[in-house]
Design a protein around this ligand. Structure first.
Ligand code: DX5
Ligand code: ZN
Length: 227
């Protein structure tokens, strides 16, 4: 399947979530994901307020981007006040910067900060938030992320009702003749990927499914997800 993303057509993309990788060997894990066919590296940032966990942030992203500049970092901010941190994440090397519509922010102006910097702006909704919340931002986002688990941890089970949100958002875009990429994140494996792609998802985040495999089986894991 091909989708139009800022002037180019692209096929379904897999984004590897580092949260489930071996964090003592980040550079090696990123290279392994790229070699296996993941086009994006998904970088989950949590602040202990918005999500009930603390992960990594600006200095770690900066180190990763410096080590592997060719990697495209798909940064998922699960934090309050993303407007206060957006520029620092962009300076550190975020290529796509996604924030939550539920965060304490004005989504339109956060998108503007990101776009003015020349990078892609993503907006996401948690499972409990109606997808309709995204409709008023169709003109200012470059990507939408539908969370298929509650933000906080890798390795959770996919919530099937969230796939319906992907179809609803796709329908709404069709009405406006738009085709903005839709990403899904949480509990993605070979089976749930199929459900999401059928619903209209373009970018599939995979954490535990991918990183639990030995390196020799990771390319196959990506093929299974994209199949
Ligand atoms: C959850 C994160 C996800 C998660 C995905 O809060 O946003 O990116 O790490 O991991 P899996 O694929 O294991 O659900
Ligand atoms: Zn994520």
């Amino acid at each position: 399947m091909y989708v139009y993303f800022s002037g180019i057509f692209m096929s379904t993309i897999v984004s590897a979530s580092l949260l489930s990788s071996n964090l003592c060997h980040l550079e090696r894990e990123i290279r392994s994901a790229l070699t296996a066919g993941c086009e994006y590296i998904h970088f989950d940032v949590m602040d202990g307020h918005f999500a009930d966990n603390l992960t990594y942030g600006i200095p770690v992203l900066e180190a990763c981007k410096k080590a592997i500049p060719e990697a495209l970092f798909d940064v998922h901010l699960m934090i309050d006040k993303p407007q206060d941190f957006a520029l620092r994440f962009l300076d550190a090397g975020a290529d796509i910067l996604t924030f939550h519509v539920e965060a304490d922010c004005e989504p339109r102006s956060v998108c503007q900060i990101i776009r003015d910097y020349g990078k892609k702006a993503g907006i996401t909704v948690s499972p409990a938030t109606p997808v309709e919340k995204l409709y008023e931002y169709l003109d200012c986002a470059d990507m939408f992320l539908i969370m298929t688990v509650v933000p906080g941890f890798g390795g959770q089970a996919f919530m099937p009702h969230c796939a319906e949100k992907v179809s609803l958002l796709k329908d709404e875009m069709n009405k406006h003749r738009l085709n903005i990429p839709i990403e899904v994140d949480g509990g993605i494996n070979a089976e749930t990927a199929r459900i999401c792609v059928t619903a209209g998802a373009d970018i599939l985040v995979t954490g535990s499914y991918f990183f639990s495999k030995p390196e020799s089986e990771r390319r196959r894991a990506v093929e299974m997800i994209m199949r």
